[in-house]
Design a protein around this ligand. Structure first.
Ligand SMILES: *Cc1c(COP(=O)(O)O)cnc(C)c1O
Length: 367
């Protein structure tokens, strides 16, 4: 039996005709940029994320970058985030001229540890970017309280967490902005790159909308420098088709996760993912921990089971961030997670036979 880490072909086959029709309609309209499908998708996603407004952008990375730029964050500023995340979260901070300041993670959720944030705040801190890793939101209440006290913006990196819930609130709706990615491997994936910024601040939404178009408003007048961060109409039209299935897919991922939890329960060498009380995860990834991670990975690959390491090197140790002055040992939880974490296949179309096969192969390794 073959179990890839992710297989998008099954889901595509189910509504190929709908997608092709959506693409054809955009081509017929010849309105490729910021056309009606973009506004329709923005309305759908704003509503789904419990937000007043949504601004379609070219990627999750650009959602983060456009948020920072619209908030005027740049040289001389510091932005606090997690060292255990996809590179883009920290890369965008550096691209604005600001300085990423890392804070270690909680070992159970892999998310930024709010208790460690206050010690990292300085007079230069302008924002915090909590990342909702693997589909579960960070512990937002203490972050929001601190941000309110210190006058900091909160940019939620919800690239892996569209639809995730924290104490009744949707990912992306709690901070100053929420940044979504439609990269094909995310729970809602485009047929290429795409992203969206959600916010409950109508004025900021206007600023973001002009920021994605170089800061233009009105046409050919620029009061600040934005970028080309626009979402293609073709992507928006396809995303609207797939959006109708999002809740069902995320529910299937949760069901698959529950099945793994059950099957791996007796395996003491493996720590299964922890979803904290009050959280609903969308399980963009199902990430286990084990001290024998590399050997387990080889074993799974030898049995044609796809698995992946998110992420093998903590960001504070990346070559491009050496000038920040961090060293090995600065963020022990993040470093340890890099050595112990392993993502198993969790995509919605997995069959029960496949899940059982993966779990049995994991258990077989430790037996
Ligand atoms: C995918 C991802 C991004 C970037 O999204 P793109 O659409 O690929 O630019 C940012 N942050 C996290 C945590 C991600 O997983």
């Amino acid at each position: 039996m073959d179990v890839p880490l992710l297989d998008l072909t099954g889901q595509y086959a189910a509504f190929k005709d709908e997608l092709l029709a959506a693409v054809a309609a955009v081509i017929d309209s010849q309105k490729f940029i910021n056309g009606p499908p973009v506004r329709e998708l923005e309305a759908l996603v704003a509503d789904y994320c419990q937000c007043a407004a949504a601004v379609g952008v070219s990627s999750g990375t650009d959602a983060l970058l456009c948020s920072l730029m619209a908030l005027g964050i740049g040289a001389g500023d510091e932005v606090i985030t997690s060292p255990y995340t996809f590179f883009a979260t920290a890369g965008v901070i550096t691209r604005t001229g600001a300085r990423p300041v890392f804070v270690d993670i909680q070992p159970d959720t892999f998310n930024i540890d709010p208790a460690k944030i206050p010690a990292a705040v300085t007079d230069r801190t302008r924002a915090v970017i909590p990342v909702h890793l693997f589909g579960q939101t960070a512990d937002m209440d203490p972050i929001l309280t601190l941000a309110a006290e210190r006058g900091l913006a909160v940019i939620e990196d919800a690239a892996q967490a569209i639809g995730a819930v924290y104490k009744g609130r949707k990912a992306g709706s709690m901070g100053t902005t929420g940044c979504l990615s439609f990269y094909p491997t995310k729970n809602l994936g485009a047929l290429g790159d795409g992203g969206m910024i959600v916010t409950n601040d109508a004025q900021l939404a206007d600023r973001l909308a002009c920021g994605r178009d170089h800061g233009q408003h009105p046409r050919y007048y620029y009061s600040w420098v934005g970028g080309n961060f626009r979402l293609d109409s073709i992507q928006a039209a396809c995303l609207a088709v797939k959006f109708r299935h999002l809740e069902g897919w995320s529910a299937r991922r949760r069901r698959n996760a529950a099945r793994y939890d059950e099957l791996l329960a007796g395996c003491d060498a493996v720590i299964t993912p922890v979803v904290r009380e009050g959280n609903v995860s969308i399980f963009n990834q199902y990430v286990i921990r084990t001290s024998r991670r590399d050997e387990l990975m080889d074993h799974l690959k030898a049995h044609n089971i796809g698995c992946g390491i998110y992420y093998p090197l903590s960001l504070h140790l990346q070559e491009c961030f050496q000038d920040l002055g961090y060293v090995q040992g600065d963020f022990p939880q993040s470093e340890r997670a890099s050595a112990e974490s392993l993502a198993l296949p969790i995509y919605p179309e997995l069959t029960d036979e496949q899940i059982v096969f993966v779990a049995e192969t994991v258990k077989g390794f430790f037996a």
